[in-house]
Structure formats: C-alpha cells, structure tokens
Design a binder for this molecule. Structure first.
Ligand code: FBP
Length: 550
C-alpha cells in the first residue's frame, strides 16, 4: 500500500501524555457527584451508576493484573483523532499487561449486536497511528437502546472473553453507553462500559470535559479554507461567499472559525433563538452589511452560517416540528406522503400544516421546501446538513438588495458563491492537539478499565497547559445527565452544550463583529502544521483559550 510522505513521517510522532500517565497509576477518588439537573429521576433510573465519585490519576506503584480483553466501538460521525484514541487504549492495555487484547466492533455499535469483531494487533494499530478517519474498524449510527441489543452484546462479549467495552461517541452514544453500563451492572454480567467524548460539533462539553475530540482539527481545516476564500475575495473583489459549517444544532464550529478568520458576518443560531430573530430580520442584517461595504466600494465579503440555523428561527422551528410529526416514520401521514408522486408531495404537506406554517412553507424556494421533507435521522430529527441554508440566504439577500436598490438605499453589485464545509474536515489527520488529546483519552480509558470502573467517561483536563500538566481521570456519565423530551417521552440524556451567550468566545465575537463587518480584517490561518515551532503546531482552539482564561 502506498502512503503519502506526510503519513510516513507522521506515523513516527509519539503523542504527548499527561505526566500522571507516564508510569504506573494510582486512582484518587474525589467527591460523590450529582447529575446537572433532575437528580431524583436520574438517580432512580441509574441506581448502580448514580453518584459515583470523580476520579483523577496520580503516579503510583505497578501492580500485576490478570490479562483482560477489551472491545472498542466508534459511533456516529467521523472526527479526527479516533485512531489515536484506539492506539491509546491499545498501548495503555499493553503497558498494564502484554497479554491484554483489544478487539474492534466493526461498523459502529451494530458490530456489538451482530458479533462483527476483529482483533486489533500491533501491526494493524501501527498503520493507523496519527491518521485521520475511522476506517480502522468503521463507524455507524445504530442506536444501542433496546434490552435485546444489550443481551446480544453480552453473548458476543462472552464469546471473545471481552470484559470491557469502550464507546467512542457523541452525547447520544455516551448516554447509551451509560444505559448499557447500568444494565450490565444490574444483570451482573461483569462487563464494564467506558465512554470517550467525540464529535467535531464541540457540543459534548462541560466542566469536566473541556472539549470533544476532533473539534480542534476540523475547525483548523475549515478555518484554513475560509482564510483561503477570504484572500480570494479580497483579491478578486467581486464575490460574497456564503459558507455553511457543520455542527448540528450548536454553532461552536462557526464561532470558532469566526474567531480564527474574522469574517464580515457570523450568524450564531443560539443568538437568533435568544433574540427570536425571524428569517426576514436575519436577511435584513446581512443585506445591511452588504450595503454598508458597498458604500466603501467593497462588493465582496464572507458570511459564516451554522448548519443548524434554520431550526432556531422561530417560524422555521414551528414548521420543522410540525413536519417532524407529520413525516415521523411509520405514521399514516408519512405513508400517504411517500405514496404520492414527487410533484404532489409539497402540496399535500402544505395542506396538512397549520395556516401559519403552511404560509412559511409555501414561501420557501421549492428546493428548500423539498429538503425539509427528506427522511429524518434515526433520532427523528430533520437532517440539517442536507438543507442548503446558504443558498436560501443568498436568494433572499439578493431579493432584499434589489428592493433596497429600487429605494435608492443600495448601489452596489452582488455576486455570490456558496460553500458547505463539513466532510472536508471530519477525517483530516489530527492536529498535534487532537493527536495528543485522543491518545491520552484512550490511555485513560484503559486505566479506568484496569481499575474496574464502569459508567465513566474518559476525561483529560487543563488542556490549554502543556500536555505534561494535563489532568487525566474519569467522570461519571450520570453527572452530565438531565431529563429531556424525546419522541414524546421524558428520557435521561447528556445535556447538549450549545454556545453560551454569556461565554467568553461569543462575547469576543460580539465585541469585534461590527469592526469585522465593515473593515476587511481577515486573518489567514493557513494549513495545520505538524512539524515546526510549538507556537504554530501546538495551538489549541481560540474557544478553549478564551474559555480557560478565567
Ligand atoms: P456526530 O459527531 O454527532 O455524529 O455528528 C457529526 C456530524 O458531522 C454533524 O456535524 C453533521 O450534521 C452530521 O454528522 C452529518 O451526518 P452524516 O455523517 O450522517 O452525513
């Protein structure tokens, strides 16, 4: 197999570990914990894993431990660094006892249920060190939530002598990991479950989990691309670039990229919701900046749009929720909708909606209306990555500008380009930060397993300090939970972290955005650097820097 020159060199990179993980480890138990909200409900649902203490590691004495087998699962969307979590688990296990074995469940959580398993040997692991992607074992979006799936998992684990499972996933996958841990304790299966915080979206974070892995690399890739586009815009001076960025509901990616590149407009979904901004108001806001720049002779610029924006615009939120009910899988209305010819479907939907939503729905460009009726994801939500909000906004801003022109309020030219960045960054070779962070998360998971822990998430903190000073340990997953309505029922779930409007990263944007809008203050971050001065190679995100600079 031919590998690139970079991959060859990068394979030699030894990820940095927190000081406490460099030798034998002692576990220090902290205070008992409580869930972030709904304590009584969560306690009742998780009688065995609720209230466990926070754990940190310190240097300790080596103890001989019997050999064990561990299985690992990659769950959900790819995020840079997944392979390093796995190599961290592998090296951690081998350091504890060379007889320990690591197995991979293939194709995501479904691998545990279907018994698709492969042993991960050192030859396999070495090929994937410091590489992007999840291709070592593959990922999937099967949800582990039914008891029959858990029971099948036990059978499969018994077959391979697996005593612990590490689930590398986002908030939903880690919620399911906790349910699994609780069930396996209750049934006395002897199988432990540990979670690892993954997602480029950056929405799995809290006091104990400073960031989810992959966010750093993905944002650096997008920021490089945005910087390149900005340089092009500033050279050609003829286009407004509307750039949508992945991130599901949360605007962390758009915000981080804005902090790195200083574009003219950055939309933040959480702000749109808080201010109850209508689609018309958002369009006016953008058109106002376009007109102002045109007065200075600048008929170009950049607009960053978070992927989930549409769900936060009040009238769209109502429309989407009505559509979710109308097109929920298996309902009579969904069956009737699917049985119709394509040309009849939009009319059918408009008829079934409330008057207000029907008005919004029929005012949308046809393409967008169709995208809103596409299949829901396994959680029953509209797939925001498939809705071309960037094109919708271009179309509406263009219309608004032509009205302004007729009123003598705008005299510029509006040329546009649209972009959507998401898949470009999800499998990039991990930055030094993600390479180190992921390896440390994996290593931490192996220590938690060796110490007999279950229902914990790997946690590595103090991440703006040099890696030597990072604090590794475990956080009970129940500590991050609250009750939320899902599919009409109250369910225990890990609280999703959206952009905080009181947080330092957002405040930094607000303090600067007026200037960035009218001036051309672009920053061009350039590509991720893997070799060279630490000031360039080991930078964290601006989000972490600002959040941790308390
Ligand atoms: P998760 O990490 O939560 O799985 O999501 C990452 C993500 O890239 C989102 O930003 C995006 O909306 C979604 O996955 C796209 O899903 P898919 O990979 O199924 O196209």
């Amino acid at each position: 197999m031919i590998i690139s020159a970079l991959q060859k060199e990068r394979a030699k990179y030894a990820p940095k570990l927190p000081g406490a993980l460099k030798g034998a480890v002692n576990i220090v138990e902290g205070k008992a914990t409580e869930s972030v909200a709904d304590q009584e409900d969560i306690k009742n649902l998780f009688p065995n894993t609720y209230g466990m203490p926070l754990l940190t590691f310190e240097a300790g004495e080596k103890v001989e431990l019997p050999a064990m087998n561990v299985g690992v699962i990659l769950s959900g969307g790819q995020a840079p660094g997944g392979h390093n979590v796995i190599s961290g688990i592998f090296d951690g296990l081998k350091a504890l006892n060379p007889e320990n074995k690591l197995y991979g469940f293939l194709g995501g959580p479904g691998g545990l249920v279907d018994g698709d398993v492969a042993e991960l040997t050192s030859e396999i692991i070495d090929k994937y060190r410091n590489t992007g992607g999840f291709d070592i074992i593959g990922s999937g979006r099967t949800k582990l939530e039914e008891e029959w799936q858990f029971d099948k998992g036990v059978e499969v684990c018994k077959q391979y002598g697996i005593n612990a499972v590490v689930i590398i996933g986002g908030d939903d996958s880690n919620t399911n990991a906790c349910v699994l841990a609780e069930y396996y304790l209750q049934k006395e299966t002897g199988i432990q479950v540990i979670g690892c915080p993954k997602t480029i979206d950056g929405d799995l974070k809290n006091e104990m989990i400073e960031t989810s892995f992959g966010f750093d690399t993905a944002c650096k890739v997008y920021s490089e691309l945005i910087g390149n586009i900005q340089r092009d815009a500033n050279s050609a001076k003829k286009y407004w670039h509307f750039i949508k960025l992945m991130g599901r509901s949360a605007s962390h990616i758009a915000l981080e990229c804005a902090l790195q590149t200083q574009p003219n407009v950055t939309l933040v979904s959480e702000e749109v919701e808080a201010k109850k901004m209508t689609l018309g108001e958002i369009v006016d806001y953008i058109a106002g900046i376009v007109a102002k720049r045109a007065e200075q002779g600048n008929n170009f610029g950049t607009v960053l749009i978070p992927e989930g924006l549409i769900e936060f615009i009040p009238e769209m939120k109502v429309l989407i929720s009505e559509l979710n009910d109308l097109l929920a899988e298996g309902t009579e209305t969904e069956k009737a909708f699917k049985a119709l010819r394509k040309s009849e479907r939009l009319g059918y939907v408009a008829e079934k909606l409330t008057d207000a939503s029907a008005k919004v729905f029929t005012s949308l460009p046809e393409g967008i209306a169709r995208q809103l009726t596409l299949d829901r994801d396994p959680h029953g939500n509209v797939q925001v990555s498939k809705i071309e909000t960037e094109k919708l906004l271009i179309e509406m801003v263009e219309k608004r500008l032509s009205i302004m022109k007729a009123e003598g309020k705008y005299a510029g030219k509006f040329g546009s380009q649209n972009h959507f960045f998401g898949y470009e960054g999800r499998c990039a070779a991990p930055s030094n930060f993600d390479a180190d962070y992921c390896y440390s998360l994996g290593y931490t998971a192996s220590v938690l397993i060796a110490q007999g822990k279950t229902g914990y998430m790997s946690s590595v903190r103090n991440t703006t300090a040099p890696a030597e000073e990072w604090i590794a340990g475990g956080v009970p997953v129940t500590m991050m939970m609250n009750m939320e309505r899902r599919h009409g029922h109250m369910k225990p779930v890990i609280q999703k972290a959206l952009v905080e409007l009181e947080g330092a990263p957002y405040k930094h944007l607000v303090a600067n955005r007026e200037e960035w809008a009218s001036e051309t203050d672009y920053v061009y971050p350039g590509p991720i650097q893997y070799f060279g001065p630490s000031a360039v190679c080991d930078q964290t995100t601006r989000t972490l820097e600002l959040e941790q600079a308390k």
